[in-house]
Every structure is written in C-alpha cells, then in structure tokens.
Design a protein around this ligand. Structure first.
Ligand SMILES: Nc1ncnc2c1ncn2[C@@H]1O[C@H](COP(=O)(O)OP(=O)(O)OP(=O)(O)O)[C@@H](O)[C@H]1O
Ligand SMILES: [Mg+2]
Length: 426
C-alpha cells in the first residue's frame, strides 16, 4: 500500500541520465578480477580480461591503454601485474624504457637485457614458432625495415628461402644469417619455386628484403638475433621482462620489437601446445607492449600487433598495448596511412580501451574511433593523473586507480617524480 507523500519511482533511459549527470559511470561489471581502484560512485573497480571475456562482456581479452606522458599508464600495468601475480597470472613485458626492473625485483625475477654486444641472443626463427610463425616474422621484419609493403616476388622469395633454410639446417635450428645467405645466393630449387628466369633475377628481386634482414645480422642489432638462442635464459618465471632500453632511441627499435615479439610468440605457442598435450590448462599470460607510440607509424609493427591481437584466443593471452594517442599510428581516412587503418581495426579488436588524459586535438578521434560520447570526450581532456575512462563494449567507467605504499616503489619513475613532487602530489 502506498503511503501518503510517496511517489512512484521515475524510470528513464541511461541516455537521459547522461544528460542529467556530468558523467555517468557504471559500477563493477560483476565478474571477479583484481582491484584496480574506485569507480565514479566510489565502488571498487575490479578487472580481469579473461573473466570478462568468458562472460562475453569483453569481445576479446586485449586492452589498449591510451594517455599523455606521466598520466599513469605504466603504473596501471605494473600494479596490475603485481596484483595478478597472486592469482597465478603471468606476464611477458617488452620494456622499451627499462623501467620494469623494480617490479621484477619485487617479484624475484631477473630481467633479460637485449643489447648489441650483450650476453643474450634470441633466435626469432626457431622452429618452435612453426613455419607460419617463422614466415610471419620474416615478413614483419622486412616490412618494418623497408617501411613499405612487400612486392609479391619478395613475399614469394621469403617463403622459398625459409623452406630452403629449414631443409639445409637439418637437425639444427635455422638462423637469420642462413636466410640472408640463400636470398643473396639463391639455390636452384628456390629459383624454380618462384618461376624466376634465373638466380640473378631471383637475387635482384629479393635484394631489398635480404639487406633488411642482413641488418639484423651485421648492422646495429648485431649479436642479438643472428644465432641460436643463448643457453640458460629463464623463461619459466611468472614474469619475463625483455629490456630493450639500450636501443630505445635507435631507428631499429621497430625491427627489434618485432623480432622480440615474434620470438616470444613462438615460445608461448610451444607452451600452449605442450599444455594441450598434457591436458592441462596453460597459465594465463599478459603480453605487455609499452611505448608503442615510438614505433606505431611503422606498418610492420602495426601488422604484428594485429596478428598478436588475433592470436590471443588461440594462445590464451591478453595483450596490453600502451601509447599516447591513437593518432600515433598516423591519420586514417581515404588518404591516411595503412598503419592508421590497422590501428582502427585494433581498436575494434580490443575488448577494452583505457583512456587517460588526451589532448584537445584528439576530440574527433575520441568520438569517431573510440566511440566516446560528447561528455566522455570532454572529460578525457581533463582527467587527472591516475584517472581514466575504461570503455568495454558499450559500457564506460570512470576509474581512479589506487596504489599501496609498497607499490609506489615499483611504479616510481625518476624523471617524473620531480614534477609530481613539485605539484605537491604525495
Ligand atoms: N595516482 C597517482 N598519484 C600520484 N602519482 C602517481 C599516480 N599514479 C602514478 N603516479 C606516479 O606518476 C609517475 C608517472 O607514472 P607512469 O610512469 O605510470 O606514467 P606513464 O603514463 O606511463 O608515462 P609515460 O608516457 O612517460 O610512460 C610515476 O612516478 C608514478 O609513481
Ligand atoms: Mg609509461
């Protein structure tokens, strides 16, 4: 029975509420996950891409993290890995700035440092990646190094060169110098394989890709990818950090990242196969690609990112890709770059986009490519450090991430602390 003065509740659509409130966020999504921080209503925001994917809330477990310098993108990823570790989740990080050392130390794992003349060598065309994996690596590296699409003859040359090298290597692992050698000095069987008129014609057609791959063996990346993988690298740990910081400003960074990611993919593929054979589930792995903005304009990089996004379900991995803004990939549109079009596809393939502070010139991209409402778009240009809009399908949450005192030491980045101290932030 209705009491005097009581009125029936008012119903309205979320579209109407959006008009009434400056920002409308929803609470947690009802799936278990680790704590990230608080949502717009002060409730806990917990997140786990696999749980949300299993419930069909995320359409893929991949996450894109966008945000200006120092708005706490890396902090999110580091604290997230740290917290997920307790639940048996693992992480592979390609660390371009060399900033994951404190996290690795806190969890008790060594970092693997890749540098010219260093002690660690990775063979990106090991057989464990499968022929398709080997070929994808050769293509991506050639694309990344040449910064253009491959001609059909170049594509074919890589294919036959790989087959030749796999055969010639016999019981040993094929290596990149072997691929370069057969591209520059094609064997007769290879020439027939691509219907070239002769060895000279084949070598001429394959020359650019051969030289691109040769740079990995003789150029500034010498000693990193040009032989069998070094013995004794610990890849079984729950955290594997590949530190590329020695090459962070090199123009070979795109090639370096491509090779490292391909090698990592081969290992994960092998792990998955052996887990399947043993009938046990493979540990869930986050693959973290930070600082992608440095190499995002490179079509080879855009392609391997896309391939990695597509592999997530097959391998049980969740990719975390961080960059400053979507236009780091270039501008899309009819006359835009291919990398930018791939970036649009990446956003479409990502199950979650985490948007930290964006500059006002990103308003159009936020609306059209990231599907932000006008309110979200304005908010995105005013977010404070540690605040982000999490977009998962049609849902949006405003989240303020929180970190414990212990975590402060693993997220501390020296160069930025001066700024934060000056601003008076604790
Ligand atoms: N909520 C917060 N309040 C205060 N400081 C924070 C907060 N979150 C992160 N920080 C600190 O801000 C600094 C910068 O954070 P972080 O390295 O995560 O930024 P970033 O977005 O990854 O920047 P970049 O684009 O340069 O990589 C770190 O020292 C971190 O400890
Ligand atoms: Mg960072």
């Amino acid at each position: 029975m209705r009491r005097r003065g009581e009125r029936p509740g008012h119903s309205a659509t979320t579209a109407h509420f959006q008009a009434a409130y400056p920002f409308l966020g929803m609470g947690g999504l009802g799936a278990p996950g680790v704590y990230v921080g608080t949502d717009a209503f002060g409730g806990a925001w917990a997140f786990d891409p696999w749980e949300l994917y299993a419930r069909r809330i995320m359409r893929s477990p991949n996450v894109i993290v966008l945000g200006g310098i120092s708005y706490a993108k890396s902090t999110l990823i580091k604290t997230y890995i740290y917290r997920q570790y307790l639940f048996g989740r693992q992480a592979w990080v390609i660390d371009v700035k060399g900033e994951y050392g404190p996290l690795a130390a806190a969890l008790g794992f060594p970092i693997i440092r890749l540098e010219p003349g260093g002690e660690v060598r990775l063979n990106p065309i090991e057989r464990r990646g499968g022929r398709e994996g080997q070929l994808a690596l050769l293509r991506s590296v050639a694309l990344a190094a040449l910064r253009r699409d491959l001609h059909p003859e170049e594509d074919a040359a890589l294919r036959v060169a790989l087959d030749q090298v796999n055969e010639e290597a016999g019981v040993f692992e094929p290596t990149l110098p072997m691929v370069v050698d057969v591209l520059l000095h094609p064997r007769e069987a290879m020439v027939a394989g691509v219907s070239a008129a002769g060895g000279a014609e084949f070598a001429a057609a394959a020359r650019d890709v051969a030289l691109a791959l040769q740079r990995l063996c003789d150029g500034d990346l010498r000693g990193i990818f040009d032989g069998p993988t070094s013995e004794g690298i610990d890849l079984e740990g729950a955290l594997v950090v590949l530190d590329l910081s020695a090459m962070r400003d090199s123009d070979a960074l795109a090639v370096l990242m491509t090779c490292t990611a391909a090698w990592q993919q081969a290992i994960l593929r092998e792990r998955k196969e052996s887990a399947d054979r043993a009938g046990v589930p493979m540990a869930k792995v986050f693959c973290v690609f930070e600082e992608v903005w440095r190499v995002a304009g490179n079509v080879g990089v855009a392609e391997w990112l896309q391939a990695n996004f597509k592999l997530c379900r097959a391998l049980g991995i969740a990719n975390f890709v961080s960059l400053h803004k979507l236009t780091d990939f270039g501008t899309a549109g009819a006359d835009g770059s291919r990398a930018a079009r791939i970036a649009q596809a990446l956003v479409a393939d990502a199950g979650c986009t985490v948007i930290y502070r964006q500059s006002p010139d990103q308003r159009e991209v936020l609306r059209t490519d990231l599907g932000c409402s006008d309110t979200e778009t304005e908010l995105a240009t005013r977010l404070e450090i540690g605040e982000a809009i999490w977009k998962i399908g049609s849902r949006s949450m405003l989240v303020r991430q929180r970190m414990s005192r212990a975590e402060r030491s693993i997220t501390y980045t020296d160069e930025q602390m001066g700024v934060i101290g000056a601003a008076g932030t604790p």
